[in-house]
Design a protein around this ligand. Structure first.
Ligand SMILES: CC(C)(COP(=O)(O)OP(=O)(O)OC[C@H]1O[C@@H](n2cnc3c(N)ncnc32)[C@H](O)[C@@H]1OP(=O)(O)O)[C@@H](O)C(=O)NCCC(=O)NCCS
Length: 176
């Protein structure tokens, strides 16, 4: 099997991103704050615009992972535009298509993106959050050097069930 490749998604990837995004909301609705009900009603152009809005090379936007030119997963890195928070960034919306899990693809995405953030954007700290029930993602982030810094208790309510939002950080630069 050919090696996966990682690159920033552009507006040209709108259709395949839309397919995978809607798949993620159907396959793992518990993992995301948005829902299939909401996003399946959006116009196709909303997905194109979203990728375009996020696209700020070299280190920010949706990083797609491709196998034989097929998009099988992505991870969003977003910039903080406030002047005093230029040294921090956040990760969102990590998803690997079900058929391609447990092959280290999410790990490759996380390592690739955090390295770019450190080397090309001078980022010192990367933040993310995941739902408390999502132990697979939590363990994955722990394995990649993120640690838990707080919990927004019952910040999620879906189908009358509560979940907590766990806040995590990875330090890219060791400081005093
Ligand atoms: C969480 C998620 C992104 C992980 O993707 P993945 O590509 O399967 O992750 P990886 O393969 O890099 O690592 C996951 C596990 O597979 C294991 N793994 C990696 N390579 C492997 C291989 N070749 N064979 C078997 N297992 C392997 C890893 O060790 C890890 O297991 P562990 O955490 O129990 O030790 C994926 O399950 C997913 O998309 N879930 C739904 C959406 C979601 O939860 N997103 C996160 C929102 S916060």
């Amino acid at each position: 099997m050919s090696q996966p490749t990682i690159r920033l998604l552009t507006a040209q990837n709108g259709t395949e991103y839309q397919r995978l995004r809607l798949e993620s909301l159907q396959v793992n609705p518990e993992a995301f704050l948005s829902s299939y009900d909401t996003e399946s009603k959006l116009h196709d152009s909303a997905f194109v615009d979203h990728l375009d809005w996020a696209y700020h090379p070299p280190a920010y936007g949706y990083f797609g992972i491709f196998i034989e030119e097929q998009l099988v997963g992505y991870l969003q890195a977003s910039k903080n535009y406030l002047e005093k928070q230029d040294h921090i960034a956040s990760l969102h919306n990590l998803y690997i298509s079900k058929a391609h899990r447990h092959q280290g693809l999410a790990s490759q995405l996380i390592e690739h993106v955090t390295q770019l953030l450190r080397e090309k954007a001078g980022v010192e700290r990367v933040f993310l959050s995941c739902t408390a029930k999502n132990q697979v993602a939590y363990k994955l982030y722990r394995k990649h050097g993120f640690h838990r810094i707080g919990v927004k208790a019952r910040a999620i309510k879906w189908n009358d069930q509560y979940d907590d939002e766990v806040e995590m950080v990875k330090l890219l630069v060791m400081g005093p």
